[in-house]
Design a protein around this ligand. Structure first.
Ligand code: SF4
Length: 360
């Protein structure tokens, strides 16, 4: 059991290993891109407690992914590659100066005319809305694709980075990509993928000034889940606050927002559990008297012209069968039997049933 004491040391070495070469600095009074699109209070607390965030990255897979990608890019592009490239810009918003020091994960001087920027992300689970097979290892999305839902904050950050690159290198061609390592869930399968989304648009100066205005004037979190994952709340440095996007004018606003927050959390957890169950259960199993798991849903598509022809040939008025209820369906099945199979096609689609309460 003596070895157990070594784990603290292993964790601290792991933290140092991941941190190595990743020290990010800001000019006095300058803010990062993530800071201006998140809760402003976090930016304030980060400056007061810089070591908190550093400790937090030790076991974050995202930082390990970043570190590995950067090592590979350095090998390929050598001195043309720069990590955590500082993209600085000074603004005057409503007569007051404001400085941004953005940090781009990967900056590549691709050739004498072109600069390529990569922003690396790691997400636990994403959904592919178009594919049913096993996810590919590398998925390159079309520009503006909605095939895979991507956090809007990543897209906003990418647009700001692209604009800062364009302003810093006005005579170069700029390409920017979001590179996301994720576990991807297609309709029936799950697998690890790297998803690449080209950033086609850059943010306009006016839009960015509006974000800065909000950052200065509205201290609330920008999303209702921000407090839930905030390290400053976990360390008791802030009690949290309602988000800027969830103000509700209602006599029971507080209770409604609390219940909606709970409901959305439970819904997300339930979805993730369901995805795990889909992987674990083959066929069906019985749970508390209910059959759950994979089953087939039968669908019938009709050749309408041939169906109408058949009805006429058999002396039925097709108008009586514009809508077929249970009684009429049984009648047709009994009287026409197999002949119906010539004008319809039955297919079976696998569906996962998980109704545990109420009617199944
Ligand atoms: S707990 Fe909420 S309000 Fe407080 S710093 Fe974190 S995100 Fe901002």
């Amino acid at each position: 059991m003596e070895f157990l004491q070594e784990f603290e040391r292993i964790l601290s070495e792991l933290s140092a290993h991941v941190r190595e070469g990743r020290e990010i600095s800001y000019r006095d009074g300058a803010y990062g891109i993530t800071e201006i699109i998140s809760c402003p209070k976090k930016a304030e607390l980060r400056r007061q407690h810089p070591d908190l965030e550093v400790r937090n990255i030790a076991i974050d897979d995202g930082f390990l992914f970043e570190k590995t990608v950067k090592e590979v890019l350095r090998k390929i592009f050598d001195r043309r590659f720069e990590e955590e490239k500082v993209l600085s810009h000074d603004f005057t918003v409503d007569g007051e100066p404001f400085s941004i020091d953005g940090h781009l994960d990967c900056f590549i001087q691709y050739n004498s005319n072109k600069i390529v920027g990569l922003e690396l992300k790691h997400t636990v689970l994403s959904f592919d809305n178009e594919t049913s097979g096993r996810p590919k290892e590398l998925i390159i999305l079309q520009p503006n694709s909605r095939r895979i839902s991507i956090n809007y904050k990543y897209i906003l950050q990418a647009k700001i980075q692209k604009a800062l690159l364009e302003w810093q290198y006005p005579d170069k061609e700029i390409e920017h990509y979001l590179v996301i390592k994720t576990t991807l869930r297609t309709r029936y399968k799950m697998g690890k993928s790297i998803v690449v989304l080209p950033t086609t648009e850059s943010i306009s100066r006016e839009e960015l000034e509006e974000i800065i205005r909000m950052f200065r004037n509205d201290p609330r979190p920008r999303a209702n889940w921000e407090c839930q994952y905030c390290i400053y709340r976990q360390h008791g440095l802030c009690n949290g606050s309602e988000s800027a996007n969830t103000t509700l004018e209602h006599e029971n606003a507080e209770l409604i927002m609390e219940l909606l927050d709970k409901y959305s959390k439970i819904q997300t957890e339930a979805q993730m559990i369901q995805e795990q169950l889909k992987q674990l259960i083959n066929g069906t199993i019985e749970y508390k008297g209910k059959e759950i798991g994979w089953t087939y849903q039968e669908r019938t598509s009709w050749d309408i012209k041939a169906f109408v022809k058949l009805l006429k040939a058999k002396g039925y008025n097709p108008l009586d069968y514009l809508q077929v209820n249970g009684r009429k369906a049984r009648l047709l099945e009994n009287e026409l039997g197999e002949e119906l199979d010539k004008v319809r096609e039955k297919t079976a689609k696998p569906v996962f049933r998980l109704q545990l309460g109420g009617r199944n």
